[in-house]
Design a protein around this ligand. Structure first.
Ligand SMILES: Nc1ncnc2c1ncn2[C@@H]1O[C@H](COP(=O)(O)OP(=O)(O)O)[C@@H](O)[C@H]1O
Ligand SMILES: [Mg+2]
Length: 275
């Protein structure tokens, strides 16, 4: 397989010591307030142009990690840099515009993530208006609709008129409309049926190539990670327990946990997305 392996590309996203604790319900009146550690001391370097997969059982901290990486949540401890610039998750929405312009996210559920009252064109174009990007915004919405395999005329229709797979294309269009450098997917394929999943996987691979996107992808599907990702992180109980090049981690896992996880996880065959 002809994998792009940007081993000497600059680091686009760097996290050090990322930790997130949540207060848990008090067990007794005089007890100290307990907490859940969703993420503990995570270090991460994502190189420009690479695709990093994150796998791990449910509750292992994958969503917490990606939310922190995009400053959608505030860490209890730790630091993040994007393109060498420190990210202050406590900063105002406006002071985080620079990060929002360079990043996009797609979530698992294409039904919950699209505002049903907005036309598809508005849903997709909203980041352009919110971020005040230059240029012909309507033209860009039509263009990105085509990039994700939909018709430009669909801009005037509403999300409920579309299937799950089409809605996920719309969600992806919205996530890349402002030409981010980093696209994060939190299980973006998990709610889709197998055929549609393969199509969306192919779309992500295309976008990655065409727009030189850096990708961080949470997935419970090893086939997806194998197809799309150069590197994999394995998470367990809020910690990164293993990381490395995809083939190495999947074929010669070092941690006992990774071996158990790989044995238990569903593997779905996908058509090859690259020559
Ligand atoms: N808002 C929250 N409040 C309290 N606990 C949370 C919250 N979000 C996540 N957690 C806890 O943090 C841990 C990691 O969750 P999460 O990052 O969603 O895992 P994953 O995405 O791998 O399934 C879980 O134990 C979860 O219950
Ligand atoms: Mg999750």
């Amino acid at each position: 397989m002809n994998r792009q392996r940007p081993a000497d590309a600059p680091v686009l996203l760097r996290a050090r010591g990322l930790t997130r604790r949540y207060p848990a319900p008090r067990t007794g009146l005089f007890q100290r307030r307990p907490f859940t550690t969703a993420l503990e001391d995570a270090d991460l370097d994502v190189r420009a142009g690479s695709a990093v997969g994150i796998i791990g059982e449910s509750g292992s901290g994958k969503s917490t990690l990606v939310r922190l990486l995009l400053a959608l949540d505030t860490p209890t401890a730790g630091t993040i840099e994007f393109d060498g610039r420190p990210v202050d998750p406590r900063a105002s929405a406006r002071s985080l515009h620079w990060l929002r312009r360079r990043t996009g996210i797609v979530f698992q559920d294409p039904y919950a993530s699209l505002d049903p009252r907005m036309s598809v064109g508005r849903v997709i174009g909203e980041p352009l208006w919110a971020l005040g990007t230059e240029g012909d915004r309507r033209a860009r919405v039509r263009e990105v609709l085509q990039d994700v395999g939909l018709e430009p005329e669909m801009a005037s229709r509403f999300p409920h008129e579309f299937s799950g797979g089409q809605r996920q294309r719309i969600a992806i269009a919205r996530a890349v409309v402002h030409r981010p450098r980093l696209l994060v997917g939190d299980e973006p394929l998990s709610a889709l049926d197998v055929t549609v999943r393969a199509q969306i996987l192919e779309l992500l691979a295309e976008l990655r190539q065409k727009d030189e996107l850096t990708l961080v992808l949470v997935s419970h599907d090893i086939g997806v990670v194998q197809n799309l990702c150069d590197e994999v992180l394995v998470m367990k109980d809020g910690r990164i327990v293993e990381e490395g090049p995809t083939e190495k981690v999947l074929l010669q896992p070092q941690a006992a946990y990774t071996r158990r996880l790989l044995a238990s996880i569903p593997v779905i065959e996908h058509p090859p997305t690259r020559p």
